[in-house]
Design a protein around this ligand. Structure first.
Ligand SMILES: [Zn+2]
Length: 177
């Protein structure tokens, strides 16, 4: 009886681990969406998307977390097509839908601006966006990584004018050296 229970527990632990996207990114964090929940929309990644998410987390999230040395909030990672359609301002061909993009928000230790600069200067990425906020601090940081082609290393700044959103080439910030 004891042994059976132990084996069962071991199996469950293994299953739980398999569901983690990476060491510091849980499946729940990577797929959770209030909007999806509220609208009864399925946000379950396919096997292929899941594999892509693991690469994204390994190439971007884990090294960034290492630099930051503290937990980082994941605002949004995977978005199913149905969820992406529900989100205002969600790009029609958003890399979130492939599991290639993450929206990050600093929790402690570093600011969003600092995280942005670490990614920009230290990591390999496809697209990095300073999302909203002001010239000192973005509201959140969008970053993507791809294995489908060469990473573009594109650095942009999103600006809001009323409800209009536009993207500009990143032109620096007041707090960045
Ligand atoms: Zn994003």
């Amino acid at each position: 009886m004891q042994l059976v229970r132990l084996l069962k527990r071991k199996k469950m632990a293994k299953k739980k681990q398999a569901e983690n996207i990476s060491k510091h990114c849980s499946y729940h964090e990577a797929t959770h969406s209030d909007t999806a929940k509220r609208n009864g929309v399925d946000n379950k990644p396919t096997e292929e998307h899941l594999e892509t998410m693991k690469v994204t987390a390994e190439k971007l999230f884990e090294p960034l977390r290492e630099y930051v040395g503290a937990p980082i909030r994941i605002n949004s990672f995977y978005r199913s097509e149905a969820l992406n359609k529900l989100l205002k301002g969600g790009a029609r061909r958003s890399q979130h839908m492939q599991g290639e993009a993450m929206d990050l928000d600093a929790l402690s230790g570093r600011s969003n601006a600092e995280m942005f600069m670490i990614i920009k200067d230290q990591l390999e990425f496809d697209q990095l966006i300073w999302e909203g906020g002001n010239n000192k601090e973005p509201e959140w940081v969008h970053v993507s990584y791809t294995e489908k082609r060469k990473n573009r290393k594109q650095v942009l700044k999103m600006k809001r004018k009323g409800s209009r959103i536009s993207y500009w080439e990143f032109d620096g910030c007041e707090t960045c050296g």
